[in-house]
Write a protein that binds this ligand. Structure first.
Ligand code: SF4
Ligand code: SF4
Length: 197
């Protein structure tokens, strides 16, 4: 099985059909703009030939999402909320500049979501999100189910990062959850003297 497959960015494609001529399997079709993933053998010839840089080679198995500290996640969530508020404010204002600000806030919020891992296909939190929205009114649950079935969530088995705590008095590092009655085995300080690292 190929490790990569070709995808076309329709906004960049100028339909000059070079990809169509060079593809050895007939996977790329400029009539319906689709590159047939089932026919693509991942050779990358189309991406090299495309004068517009419209074709990218995408790995079949995406790399695992990098673990993030809770403080980083919290900051990302705060930023996403602030961009959402700015988008709503701009949407309520008249004029082309407000439309531009509205769109730019949306793009920044989407980028932040990606950074937070929520738009990375195959990540465990994407699966959780899809499961979560299924029951929302107006959401086509059958299509969400089809999407869930089509994605292989290879991070499901991944272990959550281990919590690490440092004793602020002696520097001892404790790994794992920190119970309230925990005491530092080196200097005997209580749990409140530990800071999460
Ligand atoms: S070679 Fe690039 S620009 Fe030309 S049709 Fe294919 S994808 Fe579009
Ligand atoms: S990667 Fe190769 S097989 Fe796939 S669409 Fe491009 S040229 Fe065709």
């Amino acid at each position: 099985m190929a490790e990569k497959y070709a995808v076309r960015n329709l906004r960049l494609c100028t339909k000059d059909c070079l990809c169509l001529y060079v593809c050895p399997t007939g996977a790329t079709d400029t009539e319906n703009s689709i590159i047939d993933k089932t026919k693509c053998i991942g050779c990358g010839v189309c991406a090299q030939a495309c004068p517009s840089g419209a074709i990218s080679m995408v790995p079949v198995q995406l790399p695992p999402q990098q673990p993030k500290e809770e403080a980083v996640m919290e900051a990302l969530r705060g930023l996403i909320q602030s961009k959402n508020r700015a988008e709503a404010l701009a949407a309520a204002l008249p004029g082309a500049l407000s439309r531009a600000v509205e769109k730019s806030c949306r793009l920044m919020a989407e980028d932040l979501c990606r950074e937070a891992g929520f738009m990375l296909p195959q990540s465990a939190n994407t699966k959780e999100f899809l499961e979560y929205i299924k029951s929302y009114p107006g959401i086509p649950a059958d299509q969400v189910n089809a999407l869930l079935e089509s994605l292989s969530f290879h991070q499901e088995e991944e272990e959550k990062p281990v919590e690490r705590w440092k004793c602020s008095v002696c520097g001892y590092i404790h790994e794992g959850p920190l119970p309230e009655d925990f005491r530092c085995p080196i200097c005997g300080q209580p749990a409140e003297k530990f800071v999460r690292i």
